[in-house]
Write a protein that binds this ligand. Structure first.
Ligand SMILES: C[S@@+](CC[C@H](N)C(=O)[O-])C[C@H]1O[C@@H](n2cnc3c(N)ncnc32)[C@H](O)[C@@H]1O
Length: 182
């Protein structure tokens, strides 16, 4: 009997994990957390200033927010569609002691306002980025930066690309560049 219970629990946990990882692909991107090394590479690449506001579109387990606050002195907001990850990441923010400078909003990134961002962090897919592109152009502040991981923004020229072509930095530079957008 205990064996049956353990099997049910293991199968249940596996199903829940599958839903958390693959389910969000229907809305924008599957869950695949960035590594700590690449996250730090990206934030260093970006040249952040303490007090800037980073918004992570699809914030997963909240790791980007925690590192942004604790190690770079930023304020951070995560937008996440999956209610389980919202709960999990809220707990992680609490345990990390960054609740005063970071928050998670449960929402769909395509219906969300991110005009307050100084830095927009995006680890999604090309399809999601294509959909977001008009919103990015409409909403972001003149000098906002966009840090993309693994997927570049098609139709926008990056200011910097890492040697391994996994990190792409864009700045809006509104009013100073005329050749940026297709
Ligand atoms: C590739 S993961 C990146 C997670 C986190 N930013 C990181 O780098 O560790 C993509 C995340 O976006 C979330 N997501 C996918 N589509 C979304 C949507 N339409 N609105 C909000 N979140 C979404 C997924 O649940 C997942 O947590």
């Amino acid at each position: 009997m205990p064996g049956t219970l353990i099997s049910i629990l293991v199968i249940g946990a596996a199903l829940l994990l599958a839903v958390m990882v693959i389910g969000p692909a229907l809305f924008g991107a599957p869950w695949h957390p960035i590594s700590r090394r690449d996250l730090k590479r990206g934030l260093d690449f970006c040249g952040t200033k303490p007090g800037e506001h980073l918004i992570d579109l699809g914030s997963g387990d909240g790791r980007v927010l925690i590192t942004a606050v604790k190690e770079y002195g930023l304020n951070a907001t995560g937008i996440e569609i999956d209610p389980i990850k919202v709960r999990l990441s809220n707990l992680r923010l609490k345990l990390a002691g960054v609740k005063d400078r970071a928050k998670i909003v449960r929402a769909n990134i395509f219906d969300t306002d991110f005009r307050e961002a100084d830095i927009l962090f995006i680890y999604l897919t090309h399809q999601a980025l294509d959909r977001l592109f008009p919103k990015i152009l409409e909403q972001l502040k003149p000098n906002a930066k966009i840090l993309c991981y693994r997927f570049c923004i098609r139709g926008m020229a990056p200011d910097k690309v890492s040697a391994d072509k996994t990190i792409f930095l864009y700045t809006m530079n509104r009013g100073t560049r005329v050749d940026q957008f297709r």
